[in-house]
Ligand binder design. Structure first.
Ligand SMILES: [Zn+2]
Length: 193
């Protein structure tokens, strides 16, 4: 998945999402909503994971069309924990653009990319066939906005979440085996590289 993909003289430029003035307001509004929901979360949860529950509710208000289904339980738990830490500690938002994808959906994306880029090898710079895609395995997360992705790049190690492609600032994968080891999975230049 890409956000800003422009062709200029045949070159592909993948930019960052521009920071809009209202993004700042969204961040603080989401913190406010989460804070207001704390008492209700305490009531519902009986005292455990109160901040996480309130945070998830607030994210549902901010990103109502998000879909976390199909992610592996570990990936989903890591993502929720990470974005709640980002919200409560740094008032940073991390939204999910694309998580788990069905096999057929990924095949369609790949075929579409082959058509628009002209070859399989060119398409693989951006999207992998379903047999190779970590989105199909439920271990990949495409996130937004750019600031949220940067937060996850700096702090993801605590949760086993790592950016894995140099050309996709938004793509993260769950690799619990690296968590806290000081190492991280190799950063590849492109999905197919
Ligand atoms: Zn991705």
């Amino acid at each position: 998945m890409t956000y800003v993909r422009r062709r200029r003289g045949g070159e592909q430029l993948v930019g960052q999402m521009p920071v809009r003035r209202r993004d700042h307001a969204y961040r603080h509004l989401t913190v406010l909503v989460a804070t207001l929901l704390l008492p209700l979360a305490a009531l519902v949860t009986g005292g455990g994971r109160v901040r996480e529950r309130a945070c998830e509710w607030a994210f549902r208000v901010r990103y109502p069309f998000e879909d976390l289904t199909g992610l592996t339980p570990g990936t989903k738990a890591a993502f929720i924990a990470a974005r709640c830490a980002a919200l409560w500690h740094d008032a940073e938002l991390i939204g999910l653009t694309s998580g788990h994808r069905m096999y057929a959906e990924q095949r369609e994306l790949f075929e579409e990319a082959v058509r628009s880029y002209g070859s399989e090898s060119a398409a693989r710079q951006w999207v992998l066939p379903p047999e190779e895609s970590s989105h199909v395995r439920g271990r990949a997360l495409d996130v937004r906005p750019t600031e949220g992705a940067r937060w996850l790049e700096r702090n993801g190690d605590r949760f086993g979440l790592y950016r894995t492609y140099a050309n996709e600032w938004w793509h993260f994968e769950y690799w619990p085996e690296y968590r806290g080891t000081g190492r991280q999975p190799p950063m590849r230049p492109t999905p197919g590289g």
